[in-house]
Design a binder for this molecule. Structure first.
Ligand code: UDX
Length: 447
């Protein structure tokens, strides 16, 4: 019989994993401690914007007409323990307030709550991004707490999904990495992933620390690539070079590759910034801090980009103060195809200009409710056109397709000055200039 799956934590990672497992044919029970989330999921609604996820949920959530019924949700730990052969732990590990280290309290509490109820043999599989060494610690904790004793085992299986592509990344992963302590755990995980859809993904079997490190080092590498090209953008600005051409030419070298070389206002979100900081903190605890001092520079190049965008806006307005200036901001989320505004470079730039007296109006296709909650004092508009109406300068800060499809001529007619600063190097300068705009971008020559 196919193993029964549970998924603990139903955020971006957990909700997607639960729906994907149901899609692959497993019986799945999801658990969350937030009642509103469970109620939404039971109705087939997703608590965040993620393309394709709601459709996938509605295909499987029990009680929805026409659904397979393979996916259910609960808040009951005993029910989860009783149901599952494989328990995926998908709770978040945010940055600790005022510290670099990550907050493990949600993972610790999820594993402990579950372990107390584990009376039958099962595999607990950690998916959350954790400091290296956590899996070994949690395995010992399960052994201590679980009535099933050593037959309740732990494995580590990091998740690499990107927001905006979560469903596709889960169903067609680049690779599956499992850190295991026994052949039995490996066999069970191979069974879970031996599905027609996940077929073809490399399956890497390793120990706990290596599995944990694959995730944090992958995110560090990606962050490094982005900050590298942003550092080159700074040099291009000083030397009159064009970072977009530079990235294109670099990317033709297969060893470097084209991806993650888009210069702009840098990375944000709930993962890259906090993961590189938590990695540095953990390396410090292990006495290996010297190995990761370069990440401090990666972080500071990244954070500097936001300030540089603010200065570019100031310059476009003639230098001096933002007081009385109208600034339109296109984009609030940390990336397109997401409603996530956590550590969003776009909102950070908008917030800085607002604090300096600028009259900021933000528009985002999906991020407005979250942005309004987090930055209630900023101005908001219901459409891109309304945001740029009367603006002295327009800032393009999140590269939504909607913004690429805007007609610059229509927008230009309602601004007070048709000046656009492209913080994502995603708009076509020729198109905007042909429509009469002054187009400027980070790391590119003025005209
Ligand atoms: C990231 C990792 O990609 C994913 O594998 C991991 O599981 C979670 O963290 P995510 O946070 O969804 O995923 O976003 P990602 O697509 O990596 O983008 C992160 C940030 O980098 C965004 O703010 C994006 O705008 C920025 N970015 C990305 C750039 O500035 N330039 C680029 O070339 C690529």
């Amino acid at each position: 019989m196919a193993p029964k799956i549970t998924v603990i934590g139903t955020g971006y990672l957990g909700a997607t994993h639960a729906a994907a497992m149901a899609e692959l044919g497993f019986e799945v029970l999801g658990l969350d401690v937030v009642p509103e989330k469970i109620e939404m999921l039971q109705r087939g609604e997703v608590p965040m914007y993620e393309p394709g996820l709601e459709e996938l949920l509605r295909k499987h959530v029990a009680g929805i007409e026409g659904a397979s019924g393979r996916l259910r949700f609960t808040m009951d730990w005993a029910e989860v323990a009783e149901f599952g052969d494989v328990h995926f732990v998908c709770v978040n590990t945010p940055q600790k307030h005022g510290e670099y280290a990550c907050d493990m309290s949600y993972v610790d509490s999820a594993v402990e709550s579950l372990a107390k109820h584990l009376t039958k043999p099962c595999l607990v599989v950690g998916k959350s991004t954790v400091p290296v060494g956590s899996a070994a610690r949690l395995a010992a904790r399960i052994l201590e707490l679980a009535p099933a004793g050593a037959s309740a085992e732990l494995a580590w299986n990091p998740e690499f999904l990107r927001e905006g592509f979560a469903v596709n990344d889960t169903l067609h992963p680049d690779r599956i990495v499992v850190g295991v302590g026994s052949e039995h755990a490996e066999k069970l995980l191979r069974e879970v992933y031996a599905t027609p859809i996940a077929e073809g993904s490399p399956f890497v079997v390793t120990d706990f620390p290596t599995a944990e490190l694959v995730k944090t080092s992958a995110n560090s590498f990606l962050a490094t690539k982005i900050s590298f090209i942003n550092a080159m953008a700074e040099v291009c600005e000083a030397a009159g070079g064009d970072v977009v051409k530079l990235a294109e030419a670099l990317g033709h070298d297969d060893r470097i590759g084209k991806k993650f070389l888009r210069a702009g206002i840098g990375f944000g979100g709930g993962c890259l910034p906090k993961d590189i900081r938590a990695f540095m903190a953990r390396a410090g605890e292990l006495g290996a801090d010297q190995a990761l001092t370069f990440l401090r520079e990666i972080d500071s190049i990244n954070m500097r980009r936001r300030g540089q965008m603010v200065e570019m806006a100031r310059e476009a307005l003639g230098g001096g103060s933002f007081l009385g200036k109208r600034v339109a901001v296109l984009g609030a989320t940390f990336k397109p195809d997401s409603d996530d505004v956590r550590d969003s470079p776009a909102l950070n730039v908008a917030g800085q200009i607002h604090l300096q007296g600028g009259q900021v109006t933000v528009y985002d296709p999906k991020g407005m409710p979250n942005a309004r909650r987090l930055f209630p004092t900023l101005g908001y508009a219901e459409t891109a056109l309304d945001a740029v109406r009367g603006a002295d300068v327009v800032l393009h800060l999140t590269e939504w397709r909607e913004f690429r499809e805007l007609d610059p001529a229509v927008l230009g007619a309602v601004t007070s000055a048709p000046v656009i600063l492209d913080g994502r190097n995603a708009l076509d300068p020729a198109v905007w200039r042909a429509a009469g705009w002054t187009y400027r971008a980070m790391g590119r020559p003025a005209a």
